[in-house]
Write a protein that binds this ligand. Structure first.
Ligand code: IPE
Ligand code: IPE
Ligand code: MG
Length: 251
């Protein structure tokens, strides 16, 4: 089964990426281009989040991970940081009904203890209230960075070794995965980054080992459902070889 899109690219519904991750970048530049403060770009970015979450839920994507705030973003000016934390509270209040209607399960990864108590409380309520939904898993990466996550994983495995729960020889991919924030989540198959930056910025470094990357010049507030679908169509036209030869994969 396939759906014909506006830009004539087709999506195969039986070959969807199970997990799409997005580095939502370019809000500040979007606002600056219009002579506005950066926070206005973040507000507009929330509208894009709504559009893309709805599209992913309707399409039947299982996991969508959004990089919303990195460990390094704490170094931004205080008014932007706290503006973003407040925006998160407002966005959750305004959209919880829609999240429920879309049957979305809200989850988070990152150092939630670093968030202001009000933001943390709203998030944990929203996660609790949606945990029995059965549709799209929407994973918000907040105060997240891959090096923070990997450092915690190393500490936790080292402690398990000291406690005699595992032996050093037994450490493998499975054990490492089970000590990451994403332990219940499959690796992303497609990673999208907006705003014309060609870097990963400390996002899911372990998990994207074999992820297909899609970069676009579009700033996040201008990103649309059409471009999201085009990114998926692009993914579907790639040959994923996982180290094998093309002949091996095709036969
Ligand atoms: C992404 O947009 C949102 C966050 C990092 C919170 P930016 O705020 O990084 O926007 P640019 O990159 O400065 O345009
Ligand atoms: C990455 O964007 C983090 C998020 C989108 C939350 P940044 O704007 O912080 O990344 P750099 O600084 O340009 O690498
Ligand atoms: Mg940026």
């Amino acid at each position: 089964m396939s759906v014909l899109l506006k830009k004539t690219k087709e999506i195969e519904k039986n070959n969807l990426p199970a997990h799409i991750a997005i580095i939502m970048d370019g809000n500040g530049r979007w606002a600056k281009k219009r002579g506005n403060i950066r926070l206005l770009g973040h507000k507009k970015g929330v509208d894009t989040v709504n559009e893309i979450v709805t599209a992913a839920a309707e399409l039947g994507i299982q996991y969508l991970t959004l990089y919303a705030f990195s460990t390094e973003n704490w170094s931004r000016p205080k008014d932007e940081v706290f503006g973003l934390m407040d925006l998160l509270v407002t966005a959750l209040e305004n959209n919880l009904k829609k999240i429920q209607q879309n049957n979305v399960v809200l989850r988070t990864i990152g150092d939630l203890n670093a968030l202001p108590p009000k933001t943390r409380a709203k998030l944990s309520d929203a996660c609790e209230n949606t945990k029995n939904n059965t549709g799209l898993n929407l994973v918000l990466a907040l105060s997240y960075s891959a090096r923070w996550e990997i450092t915690n994983m190393v500490k936790s495995i080292a402690q398990d070794c000291i406690d005699g729960k595992i032996s050093v020889e037994n450490i493998d991919n499975t054990i490492i995965n089970s000590h990451l924030c994403t332990r219940e989540i499959p690796d992303p198959e497609l990673l999208i980054r907006t705003s014309g930056e060609y870097r990963i910025s400390n996002f899911l470094l372990w998990q994207i080992a074999y992820t297909e990357l899609y970069f676009t010049e579009t700033l996040w507030p201008d990103f649309t459902k059409e471009e999201f679908l085009n990114a998926i169509a692009d993914f579907q036209n790639r040959e994923r070889r996982f180290g094998k030869t093309g002949e091996q994969v095709r036969n």
